[in-house]
Design a binder for this molecule. Structure first.
Ligand SMILES: *Cc1c(COP(=O)(O)O)cnc(C)c1O
Length: 364
């Protein structure tokens, strides 16, 4: 008997998440040296990890034989203080991706609905599928979340609405007025999740923490993977009213965030210098890509995050050709955008090289 006949059918239906292609794998396949490969595929920090975090993590290794603080006392306290909350408002995750899963554990079942935008971060759909819930996709004209339409899509079965702000892979955001109007319409049986993985890159960031303060049914997700440069450590956090955070805490593994990651995150949150440098490099890089695409007449989605979506014709083909030349981009066919690729902003040297190779490959 095939295992699929008796395995959970929701798991069988799942199409596994396809991450950015790793540097080592690319090096092996192409016979290149890893240091000659430029990865602009996973919105990572091109400046590397926060140096303060690195130092703290090296120290933390001395206690690697001790189980981590499962309650995350120090890190949760620091996050709470940073944003003006209590520790009970903070939940830690093995990446903010884990908190997305915890939200689904807590609020989804087979009759439930999860609402997200058509081109939203794909993990929401994967999780809805895994939990056997209905995934309700709402059109996002111009690649911008239509919060009014998303509010209109809420039914008595809706439990979660995900708003990625800014969204990945589109790089667009919704503003405060749209968020306020949306929150005015949010019924009590629905949790609004604001996934703010790129929040620190914004010039004019909307305030969703006020909904947490007001005790609304919301969860705001942030991560150490992007601006802090700790993607490999897997640490993210959620800010939510105590009544929401409490139920999320029940669903997690006892030691879901490892001690080295907790130590790194604790230091990274205080590393304003690394954050500022990262934002400056990103601002310059974003402007560079926008200008380069304009000059080449390539359609793109103006981005406020650390990546840009650009229309290149055959995205898979460009991905392969760039890969051959040691540049890893992200093809977008899994987002049903086969004509587009997503390029993460790198250092200016990497950005220039990327455009140079694109020119070569696209015959310019
Ligand atoms: C990168 C990203 C995350 C962060 O994931 P981690 O698990 O914290 O590494 C979350 N949401 C979106 C939309 C992202 O693009």
């Amino acid at each position: 008997m095939a295992v699929e006949q008796f395995a959970n059918r929701f798991v069988c239906d799942l199409v596994a998440y396809e991450p950015g292609k790793p540097i080592d794998e690319t090096a092996r396949e192409l016979g290149l040296q890893p240091q000659d490969i430029i990865k602009l595929a996973s919105n990572e920090n091109p400046l590397g990890p926060s140096p303060l975090a690195k130092e703290a993590m090296i120290k933390a290794l001395d206690d690697a034989h001790i189980y981590p603080d499962g309650g995350g006392y120090r890190l949760r306290t620091a996050i709470a203080q940073k944003f003006g909350f209590e520790r009970e408002n903070v939940i830690l995750g093995n990446g903010s991706n884990e908190i997305i899963e915890l939200l689904c554990h807590c609020f989804l079942n087979r009759d439930a609905e999860l609402i997200a935008a058509e081109h939203a971060f794909v993990v929401y759909q994967l999780m809805a599928t895994l939990f056997g819930a209905r995934y309700v996709k709402v059109a996002d004209p111009g690649f911008v979340h239509d919060l009014e339409a998303m509010a209109n899509a809420i039914t008595p079965q809706t439990r979660l609405v995900f708003v990625a702000n800014p969204n990945n892979p589109t790089g667009t955001m919704v503003d405060q007025a749209a968020l306020d109007r949306f929150m005015d319409r949010l019924p009590e049986h629905v949790i609004a999740v604001f996934d703010e993985a790129y929040y620190e890159f914004l010039d004019e960031a909307p305030d969703t923490l006020k909904y947490v303060r007001e005790g609304r049914n919301v969860c705001v997700l942030r991560t150490c993977s992007k601006i802090h440069g700790l993607a490999a450590l897997r640490v993210g956090y959620g800010l939510a009213p105590a009544h929401v955070a409490k139920i999320l805490q029940k669903a997690r593994q006892p030691f879901n965030v490892n001690a080295v990651a907790q130590a790194g995150a604790l230091a990274a949150l205080t590393d304003d210098s690394h954050m500022q440098k990262t934002k400056a490099v990103n601002d310059e890089g974003l402007a560079f890509y926008h200008q380069a695409f304009r000059e080449r007449g390539l359609e793109f989605v103006p981005s406020v995050a650390n990546f840009v979506l650009v229309k290149v014709g055959d995205g898979d083909d460009l991905f392969r050709k760039m890969l051959q030349r040691g540049i890893i981009l992200r093809a977008m066919s899994s987002y049903k955008l086969p004509e587009w690729v997503r390029i993460s902003v790198g250092t200016m040297e990497q950005n220039r090289r990327c455009i140079e190779v694109m020119d070569e490959v696209m015959g310019r």
